[in-house]
Write a protein that binds this ligand. Structure first.
Ligand SMILES: [Zn+2]
Length: 362
């Protein structure tokens, strides 16, 4: 039988398999199907989403095939018609691997990047001026970093076999922003792995390719040294990754529930993500390791927290940090690290050069 075109298969899979939730007293599908971009009212947003989709699908089609990618079907990225902010990885029977993102999630990412691009403290960190033109440019650069991070995170769920492994329990590997329970440490290790692998890809793509030249032109950093440009591009990634995690309402954690979450607590995710980022820098831009001191990282996170304050429901993750520094938190980190290492070993990831996943200050 001739396979369906990717867009039709994407829609069919969503329509037939969506999980359902109770919303306003009704039992409704989380994913209604493929979003028809013609239904997006704002012309500029519709055009931007179309361009992003084209670029993403071209990049996915042109990706390098590597031996430790264990589930590597033709990949297709599109938008999902849904009332919920989410991104998801799912596949059909051996034809396509899908990456989908809902419009409410796009709005959330856009909101984060508007706030960051308007913040004086963020412009200061990047050593750029605060003109309207540069703010618009910064918004585009940050949005591109953040959306690429989300899509690459979902990409990892496919190529590292997470979607395939869990297909009998659920069709969708989803990033809900709430309702974080009902899973286990295996799932959390997969999420940490997806964050880490995405960090590797993003830094390689934005620092080590022609993309840096575009960023330099948009942010008017043409006259700065190559090292200073590296610092700005690296900072953009740390800013968006930190802002994305910080803007999610933090869940309460305890020694009872921490092992049943779908994702590690945000503070732990950021810690793991930064380890991978620093490890990429060690291999490719050692000067950035020295430059990204703990003090600098903390000042970036303070600026990020200030810019996105309120999106997280007005609750920061201090209580998560306190828990993760306790004896129980230390045990949790050790257990998570062991699980991540076991999954890596199973993946046969010898060439992946990932950092040791030991505990550290969070
Ligand atoms: Zn995920």
């Amino acid at each position: 039988m001739t396979p369906l075109p990717a867009a039709d298969a994407f829609h069919k899979c969503l329509e037939e398999n969506s999980p359902r939730v109770i919303s306003q007293g009704r039992y409704v599908p989380v994913y209604r199907g493929r979003l028809d971009l013609a239904e997006v009212q704002q012309a500029d947003l519709r055009s931007l989403l179309g361009t992003i989709q084209k670029v993403m699908n071209e990049a996915l089609a042109a990706r390098k095939r590597v031996p430790d990618h264990i589930d590597d079907l033709p990949m297709y990225f599109d938008y999902i018609d849904s009332d919920f902010p989410s991104a998801t990885a799912f596949r059909d029977d051996n034809n396509y691997a899908f990456i989908g993102i809902t419009l409410p999630m796009i709005y959330d990412l856009g909101d984060i990047c508007v706030r960051l691009s308007q913040a004086e403290s963020i412009a200061k960190i990047l050593s750029i001026e605060t003109t309207a033109e540069l703010r618009d440019g910064l918004h585009a650069v940050l949005f591109n970093h953040l959306l690429s991070f989300i899509v690459t995170h979902e990409f990892t769920h496919h190529v590292h076999g997470h979607v395939l492994t869990h297909q009998s329990e659920s069709t969708f590997f989803s990033e809900f922003t709430n309702g974080n329970n009902g899973a286990n440490l295996d799932r959390q290790a997969e999420e940490a792995d997806a964050d880490g692998y995405a960090a590797y890809h993003i830094l390689a793509n934005f620092i080590d390719t022609d993309a840096r030249r575009n960023i330099s032109a948009v942010l008017k950093l043409d006259s700065v040294s190559p090292n200073a440009l590296d610092q700005a591009v690296f900072s953009c990634f740390v800013i968006v990754a930190g802002a994305f995690l910080f803007s999610r309402p933090p869940c309460d954690i305890s020694k009872e529930n921490i092992y049943t979450l779908t994702h590690p607590p945000q503070a732990a995710r950021l810690d793991y993500l930064m380890r991978h980022s620093i490890n990429w820098c060690k291999e490719n831009r050692p000067a950035l390791v020295e430059w990204m001191t703990n003090e600098r990282f903390q000042s970036i996170m303070r600026a990020v927290a200030e810019a996105t304050w309120g999106m997280n429901g007005g609750v920061n993750w201090d209580s998560q940090t306190v828990f993760l520094r306790s004896d129980e938190g230390t045990t949790y980190f050790q257990d998570l690290s062991k699980r991540i290492d076991a999954q890596k070993a199973a993946l046969g990831a010898e060439g992946r050069k990932e950092p040791p996943s030991t505990n550290a200050d969070t």
